[in-house]
Design a protein around this ligand. Structure first.
Ligand SMILES: NC(=O)c1ccc[n+]([C@@H]2O[C@H](COP(=O)([O-])OP(=O)(O)OC[C@H]3O[C@@H](n4cnc5c(N)ncnc54)[C@H](O)[C@@H]3O)[C@@H](O)[C@H]2O)c1
Length: 433
């Protein structure tokens, strides 16, 4: 009888392997689509019935993913998205793409991974290749995922192969779609690594092997910590430049003409999304477990978390007042980043909440969010008409969506606080961060 490794290797290279993706969100759905495009049959399991309904009704919910293309694969009986985990039974490859948020106390919450692995244990066929893509702290695969499977009676290297491959997708980034972002892969043993390498090489141009699961887990955390720390630095720098009376954007623009040793980062109203604010805290938590204190991460997180407060303080200065009570303030863009329909950890929400607490009259505009609930208050996106803009004491550009007519804003707002440097030219009624 052919051994498990050869069976899986043959199925993967012949594109006959059936793939089950657990979690069809920003990571799982584009990944499913890429395997579908390469001819694989894909099962999708997501606990959230809305996500399955969106797919079946061809409604867009993930930027960069064309709902019609996804539905085409459903109609051709190549893609089977559902809320039942049963199809795991039919899979050769199982890829976990579930969330890894923080708990309220800012420690890792890997309960979604644990739930997913427990379900896999119930249905996993033999042999299977299991890959974890969710961002997590070093040791999760070996110390958490592996024991669950082994306690279920499965034998590593015979019944299953296991690996970790961090996802690096950047929703909304047209320059780097999934297939052009090189992928780091790791395995619990040589055979697992070889299978994972073969699998991802079919959909991604460059695949980089690393020597251990822990290395791959740490790679992702280094990447996001690098961003967190550099954003923290440039945010602090922006606050300093304001004190010095120097335009930080001009400083960055000139500094980046240096051909080596400098990489530009942009200041802003704070950090959002599922990755940058959360992932480095997975690392600092793990560091504490091994008796190490990550001062850089803690300091950068502190500076970045302070930014929404700083924005509100600057608004007071711009309006020449110590009280925002009754001031009509329009927030432009509420999602956490440009051109993306995603509110997770968005600093705009903190800013709105603070303004509301200070009894300002807060309004917002965002083409991706017609309605918003902030701290129990229902809000509705306003129309950007001359009359509405004229009626505001100040507008603040928090998220710079491309579809917004910034010239029109500048033509009708009394004053604009531009936290993203969308106005490259100096205008009398625009104040930059
Ligand atoms: N969004 C990004 O840009 C990005 C980029 C790189 C890495 N990541 C990482 O990838 C992982 C997934 O992130 P995401 O943005 O795709 O999250 P998401 O919330 O968009 O999607 C996750 C999906 O998993 C489903 N789910 C949760 N638990 C489940 C379970 N036990 N069984 C089945 N389905 C379950 C949820 O319903 C949800 O639809 C996270 O670890 C994240 O840090 C995200």
């Amino acid at each position: 009888m052919a051994d498990s490794y050869r069976i899986l290797k043959g199925k993967i290279s012949g594109r006959k392997a059936k793939i089950c993706i657990i979690g069809l969100g920003y990571v799982g759905l584009p990944l499913a689509l890429e395997f579908l495009r390469k001819g694989f049959t894909v099962f999708g399991y997501d606990k959230n019935p809305n996500r399955i309904e969106y797919i079946l009704k061809k409604q867009p919910y993930i930027v960069d993913v064309d709902p019609l293309e996804v539905r085409k694969f459903v109609d051709r009986n190549k893609f089977f998205p559902q809320t039942s985990p049963e199809p795991i039974k039919n899979a050769d490859v199982i890829i976990i793409c579930v969330p890894t948020p923080l708990r309220k106390v800012k420690t890792p919450d890997i309960s979604y991974i644990i739930d997913a692995v427990r379900v896999i244990k119930k249905f996993m066929p033999v042999p299977s290749l299991l890959v974890l893509e969710s961002t997590t702290y070093p040791g999760t695969c070996r110390d958490v995922v592996l024991p669950i499977l082994e306690k279920g009676g499965f034998k590593r290297g015979k019944d299953f192969f296991l690996g970790f491959s961090p996802e690096r997708v950047d929703p909304g980034n047209k320059k780097y779609p999934l297939t052009k972002i090189s992928k780091v892969v790791s395995g619990i043993d040589h055979k697992s690594l070889s299978l994972i390498y073969s699998l991802y090489s079919l959909i991604i141009k460059k695949v980089k092997k690393v020597s251990s699961l822990e290395t791959a887990e740490t790679v992702k955390l280094l990447e996001n910590t690098f961003r967190l720390v550099n954003i923290g630095l440039i945010n602090e720098f922006a606050m300093l430049c304001d004190k010095l009376g120097v335009n930080v954007w001009e400083v960055i623009d000139a500094a980046k003409t240096k051909p080596f040793g400098f990489m530009p980062f942009s200041p802003g109203p704070g950090i959002g999304g599922h990755c940058i604010p959360c992932d480095p805290l997975y690392l600092s938590w793990k560091a504490r477990k091994v008796g190490f204190k990550t001062k850089m991460i803690d300091l950068a997180s502190f500076v970045n978390r302070y930014m929404p407060k700083y924005i509100v303080e600057r608004l007071k200065r711009i309006l020449g007042t110590s009280s925002l009570k009754g001031k009509r303030i329009l927030i432009i863009g509420v999602s956490y980043k440009k051109d993306v329909k995603d509110l997770r950890e968005s600093p705009a929400l903190d800013i709105i909440e603070d303004l509301q607490a200070q009894e300002a009259e807060v309004y917002y505009y965002d083409p991706y969010f017609p309605y918003l609930l902030v701290n129990g208050i229902n809000m509705k996106s306003v129309k950007l008409t001359a009359k509405i803009l004229n009626s505001m004491d100040c507008a603040a550009v928090i998220t710079e969506h491309s579809s917004i007519d910034y010239n029109f804003l500048a033509g009708h707002c009394r004053v604009i606080f531009d936290t993203r440097n969308v106005y490259k030219k100096k205008l009398p009624n625009v104040i930059t961060l």
